[in-house]
Structures are given as C-alpha cells and as structure tokens.
Unconditional design. Structure first.
Lengths: 318, 267
C-alpha cells in the first residue's frame, strides 16, 4: 500500500465528512420559513413569539449564515457539538456515553454475520445444487425480506415471551455482570446480523463460484496442491474482494438497522437519545448523533477499502 | 420469463387489494370499540380486534394502501427526477455530470434511516414527509443507473443514426435513448419501491412515520408489541403481511433483473 494512495484516500474521506457536515448544517436553513418557528411548531399551532426569539438566540440564528457556518465547523473541530435544547446537556457527553454501546452492538452483529454468512457461502458454493445450497438460498431470500425490527420483535416474542429463555431487553454493564451482559447482547446481535449474513452468504457463494471457474484453480489442482490449500490460497483469497465490497455497501443499512434494534431491545445506545430528540425536535442533539453515525459510516467504508487493498493490491486503481 | 409470473401475480394481488380497500365493505379501520378490545377472530372481524377494538383485517388492508401509496409515490418521484438528472448528466458529461449525478451521490454518504430522522425532525412526521424523504433517498440510484446507461448508449450506431437524421438532443434523449435503457430503470424502480416499503414501516414502527390513527403495518406492529403477552397473533398478522409483501417484491426485482440482463440469470 503506497503512502500516496493512502493519503489521497484519507483526504477523500475527510472531504466527504466535510460535505456531510455541511449538508446537515444547511438542512435547517433549506426548509422554507423561519427555522426557530419551524422547530417549535407542532401540529400547525403558531408558536409563542418569545419562545421563538429565545430559541433563535440560543441557536445563534440572528448571525449571518456564514458566521453560523464558521462557528458550526469550528465547534466540530474542537469537539463542541452544542447543548441539548431540552435539558442543556452537552451533546458530546451524551454521545460519549452512548457510542461505545452502539459500537459494541454493531461489532457483535457484524462478526456474527461474517462467521455465519461467509462459511455458509463457501460450503454452498462447493456443494452447488446440494440440499444445503438450496435450503440456505431459500432462507436467505426470507431473511432479506423480513425487516430488521420485525426480526427483533419476533425474537422477543419467541425467546423472551414464549420460551422465557432470554431477557426481552435492557442493558447491564459488562463489568457489573458479564454473563447477563452477554445474554442481553445475544438477541439484538442476531437481529442486526440477519441482513448482513444473508447478503454475505449470497455474495460469498457467487464469488466462490466465479473464482472456482478460473484456469489457475485447475492448474493448482493439476500440479498436485492439497485441496485445502487451493481453496484457501487460490479461491477464497480471490473471492474475498467482492465480499468485502458488499460488506462496505451494506454497512449503511446495518447502522440504520441498529437504530431500530436498539429501540426494540431497549439497548441504551445512540438511538435512545436520537429518537427522543427527533420527537422533541431537539435539533442540536439530532445533528450531533446524525453526524456521528454518518461519519462512522464513512470510517467503516475507509477501513473496508484499506483491507481490500491489503488483500488485493489491484483494487488501488478502482 | 417463467420466474416472473408468480412474484408478479403476488405483487399484483397485493396492489389490487390495496386499491380496492374502499370497495371491500370492510369496517372503518380507525373506528374504536373499546368494549371489544383484543377480542379474537369472529364473524365480521376475521382476524380479531386490536388494543383499541379496531378491526385488524381492515387495518391490514388499509395499511397496505398507506404503505404502498407512500412507497410508489416516493419511488416514482425519485425515478422521474433521477432519470432526468441521469439523462442530462450522461448526455452533457463533464461539469454537468458532476452537478447532476455526482452531487446527488452525496446522499448515499448517510445511512438512509438516519437522514430520514433528520428530515422528520425538521418537518415533523407524516405521509408527506415520508414521500419527500424517501424520494430524496432513492434519487441517486436512478441518476447513477441512467447516467451509466446513457454513457454506454450514446456511442451506439442507432443513436448516431438518429442524430444524423437531424433529431434534436431532447428528442434523441427521450425518444431514442430512453426507451432503450428503460429496462435497468424499471429494475431500479422495483428495487426502490421494495426499499421504500421497508423504510416506511421502520419509521412508522418508531412512531415517526405515518401519524396515528391512520393504519400502517409499522404502526400496527408498534401497537401490538405492548399487548404481545395477551394477543401474540395481533403481532404476527402485520409482520406476516409486511414480510410477504417484501418477499414478493424482492423476487419480482430479481426476476425483472434477470429478464433485463440475462447474464445474471441462473445465479
């Protein structure tokens, strides 16, 4: 991996992060009408004039747009995302508290999806048309059709409500009670993993079939290499790249799904304050969390691309 | 082609049910009857009643109308605007392409539901907000597909020939190029409708999509969660309706894609 390519790729991510921040900043001003009035109006009622003036003051809406923009970007660079309109709590503190829990969920879900989807895809490709292949392909179609919050709700209904095997939801810190923590993590992680596992299964299977059809695979077998070695060094390594691409593409859906899953299982990650803030129209809080999740999305894609180049240097040109 | 019929028929039946909701003589989907709340199936309300005593079957069918109405309105808007942007970008190339195609791709930097929540904060929940936000979310897909197809098509002989006959660029784009690239755009449309149904139900489930008491599958699942212990079936009906609809739509998307691009068939 050359330093020049890496620098360019990171610069691109930074530019994208800046554009994302700019769009989020402009969103409030793109809506016709007075932003403060807009945030305070509920159900067509005209908001109180003093409240509007107060909010305008608080959000600094009197200043020229460019000054506001500069202050917003400056705040971002200093790690200052403002305070909640509801309780004056600093947005960054709330994110600092909640983000690790959301990350844990995302990580657990992604790992689970990889551990299930990729081996299942490899096996299905090696036994193409067999019983497992047909069964797994059917399950995949079903998994892709069930929305993530439906899976979550049904998991609660089955494992918590009916079988009483698992807690219905909640959170306990890992340090406090590791066993209960993992128990509480299991169902949400499964719900988050379901879509990605299905997508990874499909892509692994078809990428494996493509790779298996190559001449170099036949050559490798012909020169007497052990089947396991052919599979890992020649087939899997070449099949992995499209799989990684799909992984990166799916992360947006997965991050969005995490918001829903946290809600279903009362997991106190970023989605709790996000949903509360959307309902209360607490704009600074919404902006802070939306930015955090979007930048997380950019970061994940950057990491995925770096891994792809490590696996296959040809990807650099793409 | 054979694989196209079954999913197409399923999707057709669901759309037909949704369209004919007012003609089916169903009970009012928002009329409450507290005395008979959570009552089981009985003649007149075949799937029972929900936590407010509203008829579940009626709410399911009217809910399909809401979900599909929002999804189609959003997908068609996105398709219309995105296709025009893609056509212009693909034809003019250069800076125009940057303005029309590359600039809208920024939308793809956001996880969809997160961008939707930002817009809901600004505009408040409701069907109109949903249509707006979903059409913005699916616009880049159309712009991209159209752009790529126009780039590939503009060098073809039939385009060259029509141009040589003296057709204006607009005529060429809309009457020569567009019909020839309609297949991939149609596939994109089916994908957008299916994705919009999923996202609409998710937002309604969070209580930030369709505004109660209007029926929507997402809202029904949200409501039935509270009474899961007494009436689990109440939860299963909307889940099944939603899943079957999306499954049928996904299969239709796959079949359409195979019909448009036979290279992907048999995978």
């Amino acid at each position: 991996m050359s330093a020049g390519w890496l620098a360019r790729r990171i610069a691109l991510s930074l530019i994208m992060a800046w554009v994302v921040a700019t769009i989020v900043f402009l969103a409030l001003h793109m809506v016709p009408g007075d932003p403060a009035e807009l945030l305070l109006s509920t159900g067509g009622a005209v908001p109180d004039a003093t409240a509007v003036a107060e909010l305008r003051e608080k959000l600094g809406l009197e200043r020229p747009l460019l000054t506001q923009y500069a202050a917003f970007l400056g705040g971002l660079l200093r790690g200052d995302l403002g305070t909640s309109l509801v309780d004056d709590y600093p947005v960054l503190h709330e994110i600092g508290l909640r983000l690790p829990r959301t990350l844990e969920l995302i990580l657990a879900g992604t790992l689970l999806a990889i551990l299930i989807g990729v081996p299942a895809g490899v096996y299905a490709a090696l036994h193409r048309g067999g019983a497992f292949d047909r069964f797994a392909s059917g399950v995949t179609a079903l998994l892709l059709a069930v929305p993530v919050f439906v899976v979550g709700t049904l998991l609660v209904l089955l494992f918590a409500q009916t079988l009483r095997l698992m807690p219905a939801g909640g959170y306990i810190a890992l340090a406090q009670d590791p066993v209960q923590h993992l128990k509480l993590l299991t169902l949400p992680a499964i719900a988050i993993a379901k879509g990605l596992a299905a997508v990874l299964f499909r892509m692994t299977r078809s990428a494996m079939l493509d790779a298996l059809a190559n001449d170099y695979v036949r050559t490798a077998y012909a020169k007497g290499l052990a089947p396991r070695r052919v599979l890992i060094v020649h087939v899997l390594r070449n099949a992995l790249n499209p799989v990684m691409t799909v992984l990166g593409l799916h992360m947006g859906t997965l991050l969005g799904g995490t918001v829903l899953v946290e809600y279903v299982f009362n997991w106190p990650g970023l989605s709790t304050p996000l949903l509360r803030a959307v309902e209360a129209r607490d704009y600074p809080m919404v902006v802070g969390i939306v930015l955090t999740i979007s930048i997380l999305f950019l970061l994940i894609n950057l990491v995925v691309e770096l891994l792809q180049v490590l696996i296959d240097p040809r990807m650099k040109t793409a | 082609m054979r694989r196209l019929w079954l999913p197409a028929a399923c999707v057709g039946i669901i759309i037909l049910l949704a369209l004919s909701a007012p003609l089916l003589g169903l009970p009012d989907p928002v009329r409450q009857d507290i005395a008979r709340r959570l009552s089981g199936p009985m003649p007149g309300s075949w799937l029972g009643r929900d936590e407010f005593g509203r008829d579940v079957l009626s709410r399911l069918i009217w809910g399909a109308r809401t979900s599909l109405g929002v999804a189609f309105a959003a997908a068609l808007t996105a398709g219309l605007v995105g296709t025009v942007l893609g056509l212009i970008g693909g034809w003019a190339r250069g800076f125009s392409a940057f303005l029309t195609v590359r600039s809208v791709e920024i939308i793809m930097c956001f996880p969809p539901i997160v961008l939707a929540l930002l817009v809901v904060t600004l505009l408040g929940p409701g069907a109109a907000t949903l249509i707006l936000v979903l059409s913005v979310l699916y616009l880049p897909g159309f712009a991209r597909v159209t752009y790529a197809e126009v780039l590939a098509a503009r060098g073809r002989d039939y385009v060259e020939a029509t141009r040589a006959l003296g057709a204006s660029p607009a005529h060429l784009l809309f009457f020569t190029v567009l019909p020839n690239i309609a297949g991939p755009i149609l596939v994109q449309l089916s994908l957008a409708v299916a994705a919009a149904v999923v996202l609409e139900s998710g937002l309604s489930f969070l209580g930030l999509g369709v505004v109660p008491p209007a029926p929507s599958w997402g809202l029904m699942i949200r409501g039935a969660r509270a009474t899961m212990e007494q009436a689990p079936l109440l939860l299963l009906w909307p889940c099944a309706a939603l899943t079957l609809t999306i499954l049928a739509m996904n299969l239709l998307c796959d079949a359409l894609r195979d019909a448009v691009d036979p290279r992907t068939a048999g995978r």
